[in-house]
Design a protein around this ligand. Sequence first.
Ligand code: SF4
Ligand code: SF4
Ligand code: SF4
Length: 338
Amino acid sequence: MEKLKLAVYWASSCGGCDIAIVELGERLLELAQVADIVFWPAAMDFKYTDVEAMPDKHIDVTLFNGGIRTDEDAHIAHLLRTKTKVLVAFGSCAMEGCIPGLSNIKGPDHALQGAAWTSPSVDNGAQVLQQGHFAMPEGDLTLPVLSKQLRTLSQVVPVEYSIPGCPPHHDQIWKAMTAVIENKLPEVGSLLGVDDRTVCDQCPREREGKIRVDRFVRPHEIIPDPEICFLEQGLICAGPATHAGCGALCIHAEMPCRGCYGPPAGVVDQGAAMLDAIVAGFEGESDADIRQVLSTIVDPVGTLYRFSLGASVLHQIKMGLAESGQVCDSQRNGEDAS
Ligand code: SF4
Ligand code: SF4
Ligand code: SF4
């Protein structure tokens, strides 16, 4: 039987998703029996020209991690789309923007200036900023140009499947790879490597359905009861609005769920669903009292949309879809990063 051709790519990524694949451990040897890796820049020395030289649809499956932050990310997303039969948004960054997607609130100029000027470890008194293109006596330098908004992979090219998680759990990656190997992939558009329902359904803590606190707290502020639901003790836990699949990893480590597996089936906006779940816990309280308790959530957008702002329907409406893809002002040089 002909071996599968597998590719792995990182766009604007922390590298954790590539590590998660390495965590397959000995199962990588099993994978190597049935699949050849034809492109994986994080692990092996491939060049973009290698991919450009491939015939269209040459790659059977590409696991694409990282968000679309730069013109280079967008270019490779289009290139791999052309060369791949089954394109998978792998991990939270590619699927829904993840932590880097939070920079969509203040935009790339703010992020770039923070990194280049105001970071305590930077000495840049002349306030020089990285430019997309820069003419030097030795020749032209070309660097990736940031786009106005970090986009998810499916906002740039069509994808067949998504595997959630920051990063996806290696057991779930193997489950997804087994479906590929055995040619048992579900309907196009499905999530791979998830369990049914929500993190709450895999959580052993007792839940009464009622939040009895007058303010929300952060994990360092209290020692929570180990048997009782975090949310009901005033710790924001995204379990009700998060797809099951990790086995409630954080809960078993005595930490609330942050929401990295994305929204459960049927939910399009995870932050809105989380807010809905919190408000439901105050059923019977007055609107004014509920608003007062909600006002004690520190960094509500960063908390409720920690992983999903890039895919948030509400955020896209607020920002105006037409804006996404334009070049960051600090690097403006006449090029569009779409
Ligand atoms: S999903 Fe998480 S682990 Fe994967 S690249 Fe993004 S930040 Fe890193
Ligand atoms: S909200 Fe969190 S702590 Fe409470 S039941 Fe759900 S997962 Fe468990
Ligand atoms: S418990 Fe929540 S934040 Fe932790 S790994 Fe699971 S989905 Fe991600």
